[in-house]
Every structure is written in structure tokens, then in C-alpha cells.
Design a binder for this molecule. Structure first.
Ligand SMILES: [Fe+2]
Ligand SMILES: [Fe+2]
Length: 411
């Protein structure tokens, strides 16, 4: 459908309405389609000819979301609309220059901070409840999952920026929340349905719940584990199996995320040694995301890797352990310079990758705050590399930075 649409327009998901495919006409600007009860957010653009509509009908599309303000003025929006409801939130992916973005990014980032704070509270509660042997109810997690999905769909940059800041003392909480958020982003990138995104988020939050029964000393050992210790760590998945039988209303997708994130394609993983086709996509996604987050996290005993280094390792594991195709898609989804990572520009300025640029991923918007050349803080500026002669020289791991970037993650 890309070929039939002009794809570069800016649109606001809030302006979209849902209409029947029979009401779609040439000139209307489509922001999402519904196919087999799934909403696909990945294609957007103006319908340029009648064939595009026929193609959508042929592929089973029954409803589409349309942005009236971006559609041709001549389009008839009065008579044919049979079903109007708020559009699914869609990330606009437009550049920082042309919209009142700081305001909305501000709102979104505040919202993302709140959601992540709540998620940590929620994960903490789950851990205590499990510890006390109480039955866990999914309802509370579901509510949170809805929020995180909305947030990621509206502005995933804001969410990534907030979750890039983590507290290494609370690793298990941060890791669970990050795995949940990354799974939602990855699922969105793959065009999975909103309901599936929700189940992925729930699975992410609970995926390592079995670790509460693992010996803390082994869990946080600041050195390589002995074979016995590794066997002990592996037990967290045996415990997880027992624990989630006590979780009311858990879907298969969430269960797969929880129980398959250490399985490997060649059958050498644990706890069940599942292989190949026995591993559904959600299980495969969860192992990629779990490894990526563990590699990039700072722990009390090790420094987190840069995304690029972590990608290299994911690629080296792909084929026999990880699904190669999904690894490539994940790298694409995160981007070479993920939002929230630190970069050095070729003029010595240091900044946080602030807004991704889907058309030219190597030219994101960077929030600069320090000059390595002059060894001092500089006035904060948002540099859109798409419209600047500056370039990213390299990614900088936060621990290799001579200053603390933490305050600059705030707006
Ligand atoms: Fe795990
Ligand atoms: Fe994990």
C-alpha cells in the first residue's frame, strides 16, 4: 500500500476517524488500517488512485482511519461515514522543526515518567505478593499496559528517553519495566495488534518474577558464575512456571514471554529446551529483548554496553539461538542511535539523542549540553542533524563521560 500513498505527510492521530472501507475515496489521508481485527499502524498516506482502495479491499481491510484535515478538500466526509471512533494513537515520525513539538513532547515525557514510575511500583508489588505466596491478578497490570501502549504509540521517543535512565540498584524492577516497554515498541514496529501489545507488556513485567526465589548472592554476583551457580539461576524459570499458575487471567502471549525468554532456536535453552517451530514469535521476541536489555544495563559490577555493541552480540547469536530475521527487525526498531543514548558530534558537542528520524536514522535530533572541546557545559540546544552541518561522530557509553548527563534527560 506504500506505493499508492504519498507517505511523507505529518498527521495527528487524534484527528483521525474510523470509516468503512466502502466510504474510502481517492484523496483521503489514511493513518491506519484494520485487517482481520488487527490495527496496522505502519502505513500512512494519501490514497492516490482507485487501485489502492481495491488492493485494500482485496487484502481483507474492512475499516480505515482517516485524517480529515490532511485529506483533499473535495473528499466527502459527511454522508459515507458509518462508524466514528477515536483513532489508534500513531507516532507521527515527523521532524522536530515543523510542529509545536516541545509542548507535546513535554506532556508526553511527563506522562512517560509517571507511567514508568507506576510500573516500578507495580513490579515491586508483584514481587512482594509473589513472595508472600498471594494470588496475582492481572487487572492492575492490564491497566498499566494500556497506558504504556498509548504512550509508546503516541510518542515512543518520550518513553525511550525516560527508560534510558535507570537505577542500577533496582535492576530487577528496571529490567522488567524496560523489557515490557521494549516489547511494546518492537511489537508496534512489527505491526502487531494493540491487544497483543498489551499481552506483551504484561509478559514483560512478570517475565523474571521467578528470580525472587533465587539466592540474591548468586543473582548479583559481581563475577562469572560457576556452573553450579548458573544451574541455580536457571531455576528462576522453574519457579516462574509455578508462580504463574497463580496468576489469574494470564494470556498465552504473556505466558510465552515469561516462559520462553531463555529458550533458544536450536533447543539448547531452558526451562523446556523448546526448538524451532515450538517457539512462537512472542517467545522469540522476548529472548532478543531480554538479552539486549541485560547487555545495555549498568550493573553494580559491570558497565552497560552501547547499543551498537549489544547489536553485534545479538547478531552473533542469531540463527542458532535467536531468530535472525527478528534480530534485524529489532535493530531496525531501536535504531543505531536510540533515543536516550549519548552521542558526540564532530564539533565536540555532547548530547542526548532526543527525537528519532525515521527517514534518516543517522540524523536524529540531539539535545546538546556539553562541549568536550571546551570542557564545559554549554547552553542547551536541540540540534536537528537533518538541517545541520554537524554529524554524529560516535556513540558514548555514559560511564565514559566525564560529566553526569542525568539532569539533561528532563525537559
Ligand atoms: Fe530470565
Ligand atoms: Fe530478564
Amino acid at each position: 500500500m506504500d506505493a499508492k500513498f504519498d507517505n511523507k505527510m505529518q498527521y495527528d492521530p487524534q484527528n483521525s476517524i474510523k470509516i468503512s472501507i466502502d466510504s474510502l475515496s481517492v484523496g483521503m489521508f489514511v493513518t491506519a488500517i484494520e485487517q482481520s481485527k488487527r490495527v496496522n499502524l505502519s502505513n500512512a498516506g494519501r490514497v492516490s488512485n482507485i487501485n489502492a482502495i481495491a488492493q485494500l479491499k482485496n487484502s481483507g481491510v474492512k475499516f480505515v482511519w482517516v485524517d480529515q484535515s490532511l485529506s483533499d478538500k473535495a473528499c466527502d466526509f459527511v454522508s459515507p461515514i458509518i462508524d466514528v471512533e477515536p483513532a489508534p494513537a500513531i507516532e507521527s515520525g515527523v521532524s522536530s522543526q515543523a510542529k509545536p513539538k516541545k509542548q507535546s513532547r513535554y506532556t508526553q515525557q511527563k506522562r512517560a515518567s509517571k507511567i514508568i514510575r507506576e510500573a516500578k511500583g507495580l513490579a515491586q508489588k508483584l514481587i512482594s505478593q509473589t513472595f508472600e505466596g498471594k494470588v496475582i491478578h492481572v487487572d492492575a497490570i492490564e491497566e498499566w499496559a494500556d497506558d504504556v501502549i498509548d504512550s509508546v504509540l503516541i510518542d515512543s521517543d518520550a518513553m525511550h528517553c525516560v527508560s534510558a535512565l535507570r537505577n542500577k540498584d533496582k535492576y530487577l524492577l528496571e529490567h522488567s519495566v524496560n523489557v515490557a516497554c521494549l516489547l511494546v515498541s518492537f511489537g508496534k514496529h512489527l505491526g502487531l495488534s494493540k491487544e497483543t501489545l498489551k499481552q506483551l507488556a504484561i509478559g514483560g513485567i512478570i517475565h523474571d518474577v521467578g528470580k525472587i526465589k533465587v539466592d540474591d548472592k548468586v543473582l548479583n554476583k559481581p563475577a562469572k558464575l560457576t556452573p553450579e551457580e548458573f544451574e541455580h539461576i536457571k531455576l528462576h524459570q522453574v519457579y516462574a512456571k509455578q508462580i504463574i499458575t497463580n496468576v489469574k487471567g494470564l494470556s498465552d502471549v504473556s505466558r510465552d514471554v515469561c516462559l520462553m525468554h531463555h529458550e533458544k532456536l536450536d533447543g539448547t535453552g531452558y526451562p523446556s529446551g523448546l526448538a524451532g517451530d515450538q517457539l512462537p514469535i512472542h517467545g522469540r521476541m522476548s529472548s532478543i529483548v531480554d538479552i539486549y536489555d541485560a547487555l545495555t544495563a549498568d550493573r553494580c559490577y559491570k558497565r552497560g554496553m552501547s547499543s551498537a555493541e549489544a547489536f553485534k552480540i545479538l547478531l552473533s547469536l542469531s540463527g542458532h539461538h535467536l531468530d535472525k530475521d527478528l534480530v534485524y527487525k529489532f535493530i531496525n526498531c531501536i535504531g543505531v542511535y536510540p533515543v536516550g543514548s549519548i552521542v558526540e558530534l564532530n564539533d565536540g558537542r555532547i548530547g542526548i539523542v532526543w527525537t528519532s528520524n525515521h527517514d534518516e536514522p543517522l540524523k536524529p535530533e540531539v539535545k546538546c549540553f556539553y562541549s568536550r572541546r571546551f570542557k564545559r557545559y554549554i547552553e542547551v540546544s536541540y540540534v536537528d542533524l537533518k538541517h545541520s552541518s554537524a554529524k554524529i561522530d560516535k556513540a558514548v557509553a555514559p560511564h565514559n563521560l566525564e560529566i553526569d548527563p542525568t539532569p539533561f534527560f528532563d525537559l
